[in-house]
Design a protein around this ligand. Structure first.
Ligand code: ZN
Length: 259
C-alpha cells in the first residue's frame, strides 16, 4: 500500500530527475526487461517468467543448430506470436519523445522485444540484438521476420540455411558494434536513466557502473531497489516504468504555463 509519504517522495524524485535531464549535455538511457512488463511481456526468470513454460535450451546456439524444428516452434510462440501482441507503454513513449526533443542522445536496451522501435525511438543500441530481423548463418543474408516467412517451421533462406533471429543466443557473444557504442556512450554521458534493469546480467550490467564512475548522474526507475540502488543511483524513482514514464512526461513536457 502506497502511503502519502511514498507518493510525495516519488513526486520529489521525479522533479529532481526532470531537472537533471534538462541540465544534461549528453543524456542516455539504459533499459531492461522491467520496462516492458507493463506492456504484457513477462520477464524470462522468476515466478511468472517465460522459462517456467519453456526450456531455455531452445535458445542455446548449439541446440538450435541441432534441433531447428524444436527451437523454432518455441521461438515462434514466445517471440513472434506472443511478443507480437505487446504494445509500448508510457515509459517507451517518454524515451522516444525525449529523443525527438533532443533530450536523449543514446538509448541502450537489453531487450529484444522491439518496443522501443515501435514507440518511435531510432537511436537505439540493441545490446542483445532484436527479434525484428532474421539472419542466415549460412550465407549471411538478412531479412525482416514477416509472418509469411514464419509460416513454415523452421523458416529457411533461399540458400537452404535456417533463418536465425538476430538476437543473442546463449553461447553467443554480444554484437561488437553494440559493445563499442555502449562503452563510448558510458564514457561520454553526464546523465543516465536506468529503467527496469536490476544490474544482474553481465556484461551489460557494467554500462551504468562505468557511467557512474565517470561522474554521470544516475536516475533509476524500478518498483523495488536493485543492485544499483545503494551502489551508484543518485535519484531513485521507486515505481513501475509506465507510471514513472507518465510522471516524467508531465514534468518535462507539460505545457501548463502555471508550472
Ligand atoms: Zn542463406
Amino acid at each position: 500500500m502506497r502511503n502519502d509519504e511514498t507518493i510525495l517522495r516519488t513526486a520529489e524524485q521525479t522533479e529532481k530527475a526532470a531537472a537533471a535531464i534538462r541540465n544534461a549535455k549528453y543524456c542516455t538511457a539504459f533499459t531492461g526487461a522491467g520496462i516492458s512488463v507493463e506492456s504484457g511481456i513477462p520477464p524470462f526468470r522468476g515466478e511468472n517468467g517465460i522459462w517456467n513454460n519453456y526450456n531455455p535450451v531452445v535458445l542455446d546456439l548449439g541446440f538450435f543448430y541441432q534441433n531447428p524444428v524444436e527451437s523454432w516452434t518455441a521461438i515462434k510462440e514466445i517471440f513472434y506470436d506472443f511478443f507480437g501482441t505487446a504494445r509500448p507503454n508510457a515509459a517507451h513513449i517518454l524515451l522516444a519523445e525525449m529523443e525527438r526533443e533532443g533530450l536523449l542522445k543514446v538509448l541502450i536496451t537489453q531487450n529484444i522485444d522491439n518496443l522501443h522501435y515501435e514507440a518511435g525511438s531510432r537511436e537505439i543500441v540493441e545490446y542483445h540484438g532484436n527479434s525484428r530481423n532474421l539472419v542466415c548463418p549460412r550465407c549471411g543474408a538478412r531479412r525482416q521476420a514477416e509472418p509469411e516467412i514464419l509460416s513454415s517451421i523452421p523458416p529457411k533462406c533461399s540458400c537452404g540455411g535456417v533463418w536465425k533471429p538476430d538476437f543473442v543466443f546463449f553461447g553467443e557473444s554480444i554484437p561488437y558494434d553494440a559493445m563499442q557504442i555502449s562503452e563510448k556512450a558510458a564514457g561520454k554521458t553526464d546523465c543516465m536513466i536506468l529503467i527496469g534493469t536490476t544490474g544482474e546480467v553481465y556484461p551489460a550490467a557494467m554500462i551504468p557502473r562505468e557511467a557512474a564512475e565517470r561522474g554521470a548522474t544516475i536516475i533509476e526507475i524500478n518498483p523495488v531497489p536493485s543492485l544499483y540502488t545503494n551502489e551508484i543511483t543518485d535519484i531513485f524513482i521507486q515505481t513501475g516504468a509506465a507510471q514513472a514514464g507518465m510522471a516524467l512526461q508531465r514534468a518535462l513536457f507539460s505545457l501548463d504555463p502555471g508550472k
